[in-house]
Structures are given as structure tokens and as C-alpha cells.
Write a protein that binds this ligand. Sequence first.
Ligand code: GAR
Length: 198
Amino acid sequence: MTKRVAILISGGGSNMVALAQSMRGDHPARPVLVMSNDPQAGGLAKARSLHIPTLAIDHKPYGKDRSGFEAALHKALQTARPDIICLAGFMRILTAEFMAKWEGRMLNIHPSLLPKYKGLHTHARALEAGDTEHGCTVHEVTAALDDGPILGQARMSMQADDTPQTLAARLLPLEHALYPAVLRRFAAGDRTPVTLQG
Ligand code: GAR
């Protein structure tokens, strides 16, 4: 049966577009919802132009009430009934309680070769460390931040004159190749890690 996919974003949504455009033809999944915690997220208009239902649940009115925000998120997801949730540049940290409700069904893309550089500023940290290789990871979401079983990685070599901006720009097309490749396998029940070289 076709899998239902919800995609959670906070920004431009380029990974969301790559995922949505991949779910065509004989793909085992289809997008059913794009949701953002930021009503201004550029990705919402892109999702609408792809004819995917969208929803914004602004986290700001909830202030420190994280569980209130997550309850609204959970309710919207229950209505959309996704089999798979893809976090795609979703920049809110989710609690263990929330993640437990969707365990085994939630994926995330992170702009580093995990387990290196969990959290923010991954490109700058790779440069500071003097790394010669950088990349991105798609992993299953578990209670620990940017942890959980790795389902795919794309690698690229770093150049002497790289900056965080050049790294981000070269990495993004790799993200757009990796995430759809992992989603296709995952939706078909295959968790064999995908490996790409940029
Ligand atoms: C992507 O580079 C993604 O890897 C990163 O945010 C960007 C979103 O871009 N995610 C994280 O940093 C998660 N911690 P997009 O909105 O164009 O897909």
C-alpha cells in the first residue's frame, strides 16, 4: 500500500521539494502534508505550488510551553495519518515524549557526517577541525539529538579555500540526492544504508 509522508520544514524547503518531486510514478510513497513551525517559511508556498496540503503551526505563541506546541503538532499529524515523517530543515528540537509517539517512522537530514557535528554550525565546525571530507546524513530520529540509526550518507571532499557558505552550497545538491534515495528505500521497508559520493 502507498505510504503517506508528512514533511516538516522551517525554511526554504529545498529538501522538501526534492522529496516531493521524487514521490511520483512507481514510488512507494506520496506526500500528504507539509507543515512548518514558521508561517513565513518559503517552503510553504513551494509545497502549495506542488499541490501538497500545507499547515503552519507557529511555535512562538506557545513560548516556553513546548508540550502545548507539540500537542498541536501531534494533533495535526494524527489528522494527516502519515506512515513516515520527514524532518527537512525542521529547526525545532522535539521532546523525547513527542518522538516516542512516532518512533520508527521519523527521518531527519543533518548537514554533517554524523556522528560528527551534531547540532548547529556544522560547516564551520568541519572547517575549524581541519577536516578534508564533509557530507550529510539521513538518520532515523530517536530521543537523542541527531542520533539514531544512520540510513544514508553522502560524502564530498573539502577544498583549501572552502568557507561555511561554499560548503553549504556544494552540500545542498547532495542532500537533494541522498534524502529521496533513502526515503524510497525506507518506504519500501529497506533500511540498508545509502552511500553517495559527491
Ligand atoms: C539543510 O541543509 C538541512 O540539512 C539543514 O537545514 C537545511 C534546510 O534547507 N538541517 C539542519 O540543520 C537540521 N539540524 P532546506 O529548507 O532548503 O531544505
